[in-house]
Design a binder for this molecule. Sequence first.
Ligand code: FE
Length: 200
Amino acid sequence: MDKTVMYKIEYGLYVLTSRENERDNGCIVNTVMQVTSSPNRVVVAVNKQNYTHDQIVNTKQFNACMLTTETPFQIFEQFGYQSGRDVDKWKGIQEKRASNGLCYLPQYSNGYLSCQVVSMMDLGTHTMFLADVVDGVVLSEEPSVTYSDYHSRIKPAPAASGKKGYRCKICGYIYEGEPLPVDFICPICKHGADDFEKIQ
Ligand code: FE
């Protein structure tokens, strides 16, 4: 199978926010999808290694903020390339609170959904959450960003680092070594060895 065929599926990009014990967190996901309109429900799959995942499992609540084409790379770095277990992801980021008490991004989102989890499915590396949309607000008329926008326009081009090894095609992380272990998981974006390319 040509695995690059999977890149033909288009996605949006979202900041998924959570809050537990007065601690706010959030992560970047590309897997929010509305599945029914009556009741209004969405699904989202979240990697189990994300702190946001654990907070959603425990609280059954999240907000999904739809990112716009104006979103700078810094937002993807801040929410996607570090763990809320180690840092406060909201540090220096303008935030507001939705009616459910969880944060949303007033800047760079054109709207957000406040969601209540009704069911969870174990997918191995991820948990899939099925959730009722209990509130939603439109913030702007800016277009939503797509995954291909992110790769072609927002993500900085990889610098000529002189390093040898393998580069993650998703986030740019470099594994210095030979060979790349088949079960290697990117420590930054959590994608597997299939998403790495050899640095020529
Ligand atoms: Fe990566």
